[in-house]
Design a protein around this ligand. Structure first.
Ligand code: SF4
Length: 247
């Protein structure tokens, strides 16, 4: 702007409705100085966040490389399952496995995925379950493994349907209707930082942090996904536990 001699600029936020092909435009006028300050402040916030995340990722990966199985021994069949999962993650292939109840599928699977994280560049593990009981098992496995390797600082997020986390079911999800949506983005950074302090962010923990910061629990969970190192347990349709990963 200074090189173009502009002291003032009109900036616009444009919402585009795909269905109706309509644009809604919000325009504001700002001085060159205020825009420069805003840009510098945004860059500072971003670089601080990026440095913190890089440090976390490095520490986590070192700890996961040394991760030990959280039980003294494997159960019958558990090691074979864990090895198959590890090889699948290492080669980027899908694995369809069937194993009887009681061999420790959840711990064996999660352990193998986390063990593969560093050597094979995995950054996130998703664990999808059909039932609430399966979700609890996945969260318990994450807790067990996290307790075994506290230095990893595993971040676990349970994704829950909006209806289950909504605090104001009679309202709509915008600031004119819901008090937890009004000013949401003003309070989000502090809420997200507080969420990062909680290793295992299941539904009740997420709700606790959200309400402490007066933000919507559901949308706090959605926005926490921006962090690069979360490990999720969620509920979906289907009948088989299905871990998958992103690199
Ligand atoms: S913003 Fe959150 S609490 Fe508010 S209505 Fe929507 S889902 Fe419910």
């Amino acid at each position: 702007m200074p090189e173009r001699g502009l002291a003032q600029l009109d900036v616009a936020l444009v919402y585009f409705d795909i269905a109706s092909q309509q644009e809604t435009v919000f325009t504001e006028s700002h001085s060159a100085e205020s825009l420069r300050d805003f840009f510098a402040q945004s860059c500072r916030a971003f670089t601080a966040w990026a440095a913190r995340e890089a440090e976390h990722r490095s520490r986590r990966d070192d700890a996961l490389a040394a991760l030990a199985f959280p039980h003294p021994t494997f159960r019958t069949g558990q090691r074979a399952l864990a090895e198959a999962v590890y090889k699948g993650a290492a080669s980027g292939r899908c694995l369809l496995a069937q194993a009887p109840t009681g061999i420790g599928k959840t711990v064996g699977t999660v352990f193998a995925m986390l063990k593969a994280a560093r050597p094979h560049g995995l950054d996130k593990v998703f664990y999808l379950t059909a039932k609430t009981t399966g979700r609890r098992l996945a969260l318990d496995a994450a807790q067990l493994i996290g307790d075994t390797a506290p230095a990893a600082g595993l971040r676990v997020l349970e994704l829950t349907a909006r209806d289950k986390l909504c605090e104001h079911r009679d309202k709509a999800c915008h600031g004119d209707s819901c008090p937890l949506a009004k000013g949401f983005y003003d309070r989000l950074p502090a809420a997200r930082d507080a969420a990062l302090e909680v290793g295992l962010l299941d539904g009740p923990a997420l709700r606790g942090v959200a309400l402490q910061h007066a933000v919507c629990p559901y949308y706090l969970g959605q926005n926490s996904r921006a962090g690069p190192t979360w490990w999720w347990a969620t509920s979906t349709t289907g009948s088989t536990a299905a871990p998958c990963c992103t690199r």
